[in-house]
Write a protein of this length. Structure first.
Length: 625
């Protein structure tokens, strides 16, 4: 077998899906791959944008740290210059006209004017020393031995040659573990030689706390473009509510910490080398500010589909990211494609089995008809009775063949939505008797009996042809799936305005879990149960025809085991009480096709019982006026 023949055979058997299905599935898979790649790219773009945003925020925080340090140092330099202005402005001759008391008053006025509380600083002191380091004068903390020691150490470090005429200098020392700053100003002569040293001391920690707090509260440290319009530099939102500043000495000891203090994932640091070892300033952005900036900067990069709806009188908004929605939808479409392929393959197999089953169902009556027809043509019958028996078999199989063809045609019309009913007022009892007469020989051949109780003159507006097909399919199922020797019961009764038809068998019955799908096309529970199979469309045709009549059908368990079908049709009263011939609904009795004794009912055959009922009905009709 060549590869082409193998592929053709596999395609015929339904092993491979059709070309349109393959193309559709391939397109869905391609869409899924593209959407996944697009979603991944959008995710990477969003992550990259967030990283760029965070980098920008870190740069802003670093800028704020540098700006804070520069402003504090600038304020400190301005304070030293203004505090020593009287010394620098003194005439360049000895002795200077500036006294230590005058210098202390100027320094105090400058520091108090900048908001510094000199009275609360225990290390606040003032001193005056001659150039030859003799005649030390001091006020306040400068008179304390430990402070005097640090002043002398500072003066030893000062080299006037590296300083301008009007420039001051400062040194940072430790006094009993407390950071202390010593500021030195020099009164010089006309040649720049130092005549007298002036200076003052203060608590460095206290000075940073007050000076740093003023720098944060008074001057913005972040650009306006970074802030949301709701964040204002006013009484409600001061600078320290947006940014926290921490200053550390070279050894890591905290020198300043703003209040309130908070932690955040975005912070920047800047190192100042203006003092030995450097000072490190760290600026931390408020978490809410970071979230606001991220959201605002991310707004242009958001790829979402928004669903707006009202709930309890309030407008609700539900957003789905595109990078999540696209793969999800494509995945759902792919699942639908897989289900479609599975469904298509199942339908191909079901139709293949249907064709095989129908072929088998048609082959049996055709073989019977052909065999007995050829036998009659050859004249091999031994008697007139045998000839009539063979003709009856041919007629029976022809009727069976016709029923199969009618079933297939009805299913094709229903499947194509072309089924049309031609309703007329029909005697359900006579219609049922006619169908039962055709099934009596079949039941006899299978060793079964049919007990029918179908009184005449129960009318309903139905399509006789479709109604006959319903009864045929139910009886065919009952005989096909029941055991040998069973009794199939068919009853017709009137309950109010409803005509109820019940068909019961003594077979294995139908499990409750299978009762919903037994009405679907191509479903054959018989093959699963090990019994004989059918075409798989009988009950689907029954349900469709019953629903088109506006009637109902239900499936339950028979009292003695087996399946129990209940059909209910509306009774027609338009011509009630009139003779059958007057209504145009009289049917001539049909000749029985089966032998006597088959399907006995109360000691008589079904055909005999039906004939007796017709005779009684005719006599009653003649007696009516």
């Amino acid at each position: 077998m060549t590869a082409r023949e193998w592929l053709a055979r596999a395609r015929t058997r339904g092993s491979f899906p059709s070309v349109p299905s393959v193309l559709f599935t391939s397109l869905l898979l391609a869409m899924m791959g593209a959407s996944i790649l697009a979603g991944r790219q959008l995710t990477r773009s969003r992550e990259s944008h967030r990283a760029a945003t965070d980098e920008a925020l870190v740069e802003y925080a670093t800028f704020a740290a540098r700006l804070f340090g520069e402003r504090v140092f600038a304020a400190s330099n301005s304070e030293r210059t203004r505090a020593s202005a009287s010394v620098h402005a003194a005439p360049p001759r000895a002795p200077t006209t500036v006294t230590l008391a005058d210098y202390a008053i100027v320094v105090r006025d400058v520091m108090v004017g900048d908001g510094y509380d000199v009275t609360g600083d225990s290390l606040q002191g003032y001193f005056r020393v001659a150039a030859d380091r003799r005649g030390f004068e001091g006020i306040g903390a400068a008179l304390r031995p430990e402070v005097r020691l640090q002043i002398d150490s500072t003066l030893d470090d000062v080299d006037p040659g590296y300083l301008n005429r009007n420039e001051t200098t400062q040194r940072h020392r430790m006094v009993k573990g407390v950071p202390t700053t010593v500021v030195v100003a020099m009164h010089r002569d006309g040649q720049g030689r130092v005549l007298t040293y002036f200076g003052y001391t203060f608590n460095r920690l206290r000075h940073w706390q007050e000076g740093g707090g003023r720098a944060i509260a008074r001057q913005p440290l972040l650009p306006p473009s970074l802030l949301d319009p709701s964040w204002r530099y006013d009484r409600s939102y001061s600078t320290d509510s947006l940014i926290a500043i921490s200053v550390f000495q070279p050894d890591g000891t905290p020198l300043f910490r703003s209040s309130p203090d908070f932690t955040s994932e975005i912070s920047g640091a800047f190192d100042f080398r203006t003092v030995p070892g450097g000072i490190r300033v760290v600026a931390t952005l408020h978490p809410q500010l970071v979230a606001t900036v991220r959201e605002r900067l991310r707004a242009n990069q958001r790829n979402v589909i928004a669903f707006i709806y009202d709930l309890a009188g309030k407008e609700r908004r539900f957003e789905v990211p595109v990078e999540v929605l696209l793969p999800t939808l494509t995945l759902l479409l792919s699942i639908a494609a897989v289900l479609h392929l599975w469904r298509e393959r199942s339908l191909v197999r079901a139709r293949r089995d249907f064709v095989a089953s129908v072929s088998h169902e048609l082959r049996t009556p055709l073989a019977q008809i052909r065999m007995f027809t050829e036998t009659l043509q050859l004249g091999r019958e031994r008697s007139v009775e045998e000839r009539q028996q063979w003709l009856n078999i041919i007629s029976r199989e022809a009727r069976h063949l016709g029923d199969l063809v009618e079933n297939i045609l009805a299913f094709s019309h229903i499947d194509a939505d072309r089924a049309k009913l031609e309703k007329e007022r029909t005697d359900l009892g006579e219609l049922i008797e006619e169908v039962v007469e055709g099934f009596v020989p079949i039941a006899e051949r299978c060793g079964m009996r049919i007990l029918a109780d179908a009184p005449s003159r129960i009318f309903s507006m139905v399509d006789p042809r479709a109604m006959r097909q319903v009864i045929v399919n139910l009886l065919d199922n009952a005989l096909k799936y029941g055991p040998e020797g069973q009794v199939v019961a068919l009853e017709l009764e009137r309950i109010g305005n409803v005509a109820r038809i019940t068909v019961s068998d003594q077979g294995p019955g139908i499990a409750a879990a299978d009762r919903a799908r037994v009405w679907r096309p191509f479903v054959r529970l018989g093959t699963e149960a090990g019994t004989s199979g059918g075409s798989g469309i009988g009950l689907a045709v029954v349900r469709a025809l019953v629903e088109q009549h506006g009637a109902t059908i239900a499936l339950t368990d028979a009292p003695g085991g087996g399946a129990h079908f209940v059909l209910e049709f509306e009774v027609s009263e338009s011509a009630a009480g009139l003779p059958l011939r007057a209504t145009g609904e009289f049917r001539a009795p049909t000749l029985p096709l089966g032998g006597e004794g088959a399907g006995a009912q109360g000691g008589r055959s079904v055909s005999e019982a039906a004939g007796s009922r017709r005779l009684v009905d005719e006599l009653e009709a003649k007696e009516e006026p």
